[in-house]
Design a protein around this ligand. Structure first.
Ligand code: 9Z3
Length: 358
């Protein structure tokens, strides 16, 4: 039985514990990004990911698409607390923004590399796979021999779109933040030209347990505390039975992406906040800090209704007056998804930016 009233994946904001934290109190130690890749092992499948992407890029390039490619990242990254992972920390993201944006980029003639959290929402399939009201087998008639008429129209509509665009869509999965960072770095070197766009909608963890401190096996509770201590790892329960986590800051990969991995490509990052009074300030900070082309700010609570584009004027001297702030909103009478407004606006930025490059 399926209970449509239970929404376990949605954060209950009203009941969330209220924490007030001054951002400045969390001062991340500077850790060199290259050191991260030296000390955290690459995923075993990385070469396969690179080969598949190279094949996709050469097979799909043609006169009509003007070589344009977008890397859409989507979904939350996990931070394993154990190497044989039983427990992990996760970042919030269903994958709606990424999957819906990927569809819109395909409609506009872009080739799409969809680097997504495995089992999160995917383009065209997203209407059917994660429903709170319908399970997979409900899509079929009694006996399972044909499609349930109730869903036929929507399935045929999405299947047509999927079949039209699937050759221009490459699906690459990740689960952990380490897999995400290695994949992003590897893909960036293949996408380092002005026709390539990075659209970084994935929710990337700011903290992680470095590989050299990751316990090999499941962390034991207080009863077996001595076992933990004998392993001398930092994620062990203390004498009160509390689990004390010691997380390092994830290095600021965006700086490397902009400055070296894909310095020739256009980069769009997302800024997620829950306090509306700091959203624009934080988006402007990110734009200035990483020196990329566009930050899209959104609030957790209203992300499906409004976003704000923060970019620099092309004739900028780097002062605050040269920052463009532009809201994109849908209202209740609007039948479209907000990504149908976001993506044409992003593409306009890309087109203008390409024209300014040599
Ligand atoms: C976003 O802000 C995405 O729009 C959402 C989409 C995660 C809100 P859903 O998948 O949600 O549709 O449910 N993504 C970026 C989040 C992030 O980690 N940004 C970093 C930050 O805010 C910068 S890279 O510091």
């Amino acid at each position: 039985m399926h209970n449509p009233n239970i929404h376990t994946s949605i954060i209950d904001l009203e009941h969330a514990i209220s924490h007030t934290s001054d951002d400045n109190t969390i001062t991340a130690n500077y850790i060199d990004e290259e050191f991260y890749f030296q000390s955290n092992p690459k995923p075993s499948y990385l070469n396969q990911l690179i080969d598949t992407t190279k094949k996709f890029l050469s097979a799909t390039e043609n006169e009509n698409n003007k070589k344009r490619v977008v890397l859409v990242t989507s979904g939350g990254t996990t931070v394993p607390l154990e190497n044989n992972t039983v427990r992990f920390i996760d970042n919030f993201s269903a994958g709606t923004r990424g999957a819906s944006s990927a569809e819109q980029f395909l409609f506009q003639g872009y080739r799409v590399i969809f680097l997504h959290r495995e089992f999160s929402l995917t383009p065209f399939n997203r209407f059917f796979t994660h429903s709170t009201e319908t399970t997979f087998l409900d899509y079929f008639t009694q006996g399972g021999t044909s499609i349930n008429p109730q869903f036929q129209k929507k399935i045929i509509e999405q299947k047509k779109l999927y079949d039209t665009y699937k050759d221009n869509l490459l699906m690459l999965p990740f689960t952990t933040v380490n897999q995400y960072l290695w994949s992003l770095k590897a893909l960036a070197t293949l996408l380092n030209n002005k026709f390539c766009l990075f659209y970084l909608a994935a929710a990337v963890s700011d903290f992680y347990v470095p590989f050299n401190r990751l316990p090999k096996h499941k962390i034991q509770s207080q009863v077996e505390n001595n076992y933990n201590n004998s392993l001398n790892n930092n994620s062990a329960t203390n004498n009160d039975g509390k689990l004390i986590l010691d997380l390092d800051p994830v290095p600021k990969f965006l700086r490397r992406l902009v400055e070296s991995w894909a310095s020739q490509a256009m980069i769009v990052s997302f800024k997620l906040e829950t306090d509306s009074s700091i959203l624009i300030k934080k988006a402007v900070q990110a734009l200035k800090k990483y020196n990329h082309q566009l930050v899209i700010g959104n609030m957790l609570q209203t992300r499906n209704k409004e976003v704000v584009f923060v970019s620099e004027n092309s004739n900028s001297n780097n002062n605050d007056n040269d920052i463009n702030v532009e809201w994109i909103r849908i209202n209740d009478s609007n039948k479209e998804v907000i990504e149908a407004l976001i993506i044409p606006a992003v593409i306009e930025h890309h087109t203008q930016w390409i024209a300014l490059q040599n």
